[in-house]
Design a protein. Structure first.
Length: 307
């Protein structure tokens, strides 16, 4: 199904596959929440998908006669989807696939699927206006909206609109002051790359070349891993909902939170204890070392070897 065909639907069917651009996936994930509000909901995030559990959930009869809903958000295409679709009946099955689009299997869904591509400026403005209307955000003009879009990674657009909605008089200077420039290399970007098995050493070298203090980078890395550990404990003991808000006291951008949750749940608890031992030793060593860069690089490599 093409995007324009999908938008013409009067309502989203009870089973549907969404895949492609993350911005749209996060946007339409919110759109289905009212649909499944009064149903018995089971959600799977990334590696926790289990076919038998999913099948049993869709097959069961609710004690109160409610419909059941199954939501799968993952970067790995779930197995046995055709079998789940066969037992969905009048219940709800929604899949949000964040992985390689070449691995998508659309055939079982017939025409109930849509692929999202990177939105252009016109589409971002339309979606922003729709979002601001629903959230009753009235203080951001079209010119300021266009300027905001030019300043940020569009994946963070809605969270930045929420932030600016608290300001009575939004202008270019306010946007420059309050909006984080997501296009700049940051400490967290290096940490994210390390845990995602991406190239990180060149970015780390660049941070040091730009004059960033090695101790400051190390302390930020310690804080980053502590937050991952708290995410891990929250998911393990409470669940996947409201993780950043409960752990940090505020909501971070949705796709950033999902990435951190995915990273945190993949790391075993005993690994975190090994991380903390390495970081503690590194902090003590760095305070007395003349070659702080060497200590920093050694620490990153040690952590990398444990992942």
């Amino acid at each position: 199904m093409k995007l324009w065909e999908f938008k013409k639907l009067e309502k989203i069917p009870n089973f549907f596959l969404f895949y492609g651009d993350e911005f749209y996936l996060d946007f339409y994930y919110k759109q289905i929440e009212p649909i499944i509000k009064n149903t018995d909901v089971l959600k799977f995030y990334y590696d926790d998908y289990d076919f038998e559990t999913a099948k049993n959930h869709l097959s069961q009869n609710s004690l109160f006669g409610e419909k059941t809903s199954l939501i799968i958000k993952s970067d790995k295409f779930p197995s046995n989807i055709d079998k789940l679709l066969n037992i969905t009946k009048d219940n709800y099955l929604y899949i949000f696939f964040y992985g390689d689009t070449k691995k998508v299997k659309t055939k079982p869904f017939k025409n109930n699927f849509v692929r999202f591509f990177k939105p252009d400026l016109k589409e971002l403005i339309l979606l922003s206006n729709e979002y601001m209307q629903k959230q009753q955000i009235t203080n951001i003009s079209l010119d300021n909206l266009k300027y905001l879009i030019s300043k940020i990674d569009y994946k963070f657009l809605f969270s930045e609109l929420d932030k600016l909605s608290l300001i009575s008089d939004v202008n270019y200077k306010i946007i420059d002051k309050l909006v984080f420039n997501y296009n700049e290399t940051s400490f967290d970007e290096v940490f994210d790359d390390l845990f995602a098995n991406k190239e990180y050493l060149k970015k780390l070298e660049y941070l040091i070349f730009e004059g960033n203090d090695e101790i400051a980078i190390l302390l930020s890395f310690i804080r980053y891993i502590k937050i991952l550990y708290m995410f891990h404990l929250h998911i393990k003991n409470i669940g996947f909902e409201n993780v950043s808000k409960d752990v940090l006291g505020y909501q971070i951008p949705k796709n950033l939170e999902d990435n951190r949750k995915q990273t945190a749940i993949k790391i075993k608890e005993e690994k975190f204890l090994e991380f903390f031992e390495i970081l503690l030793n590194a902090e003590l060593e760095m305070k007395s070392s003349k070659d702080k860069s060497a200590v920093l690089f050694k620490t990153f490599i040690q952590i990398k070897n444990l992942i």
